[in-house]
Design a protein around this ligand. Structure first.
Ligand code: FE
Ligand code: FE
Ligand code: ZN
Ligand code: FE
Length: 188
């Protein structure tokens, strides 16, 4: 790779020029992002039971419980990805997911227990989480394809579809009644 003499390079030099070698910058970026979403998914498994418990309607509580099971499968899928890449599964703190989950906690503190408004708020929080995941898996699946990691891409694509379904389900729940019920609630 051509490089300006005299400029400081922070990149580790490997002496190899093959873009597909084990230390390509794109591969490092990919691994970093994998570790980020791995942390995020694990963090979500701790949040979902609390969200289920905080939900007013059984439908929403069930949706959260169901997504917990799905999320556990997604964690296993990420572990398969690490394995396919000959890596130890390692998590790296995702500041974004920590923030999104704290916001979910915050709306529970700010809304009244047993109200549809609480559910409407939880749906907003959950959809923000799903959208983060959709962005992460969409990008990762695309990068995997670019790098020719087709088995990895397939696994990430499967999770991407599940996140989209979860997002869709939340929209259905909001539109099928929760938002309308919330609209009729008044402060005591
Ligand atoms: Fe997920
Ligand atoms: Fe992240
Ligand atoms: Zn992060
Ligand atoms: Fe999700």
């Amino acid at each position: 790779m051509a490089n300006n003499a005299g400029t400081t390079r922070t990149k580790k030099t490997t002496g190899k020029t093959n873009a597909k070698d084990d230390r390509s910058m794109l591969r490092e970026l990919f691994i970093d992002e994998l570790r980020d979403i791995y942390w995020a998914e694990k963090h979500i498994t701790k949040a979902l039971p609390k969200m289920a418990k905080g939900a007013t309607s059984d439908e929403l509580a069930n949706a959260f419980q169901q997504h917990l099971t799905v999320t556990e499968g997604q964690i296993e899928r990420l572990e398969q990805v690490f394995e396919l890449m000959d890596l130890t599964a390692r998590a790296k703190k995702c500041e974004a997911m920590e923030g999104l989950v704290s916001e979910g906690q915050e709306v529970m503190d700010e809304t009244e227990k047993g109200t549809a408004t609480r559910d409407a708020a939880l749906i907003i929080s959950a959809q923000k989480i799903e959208h983060y995941e959709i962005a992460a898996y969409g990008s990762l699946a695309q990068l995997a394809k670019t790098m020719g990691l087709n088995d990895v891409a397939t696994l990430l694509q499967q999770t991407l579809e599940e996140e989209k379904q979860a997002d869709e389900m939340l929209t259905q729940l909001a539109e099928s009644g929760i938002n309308i019920n919330a609209e009729g609630e008044e402060e005591e």
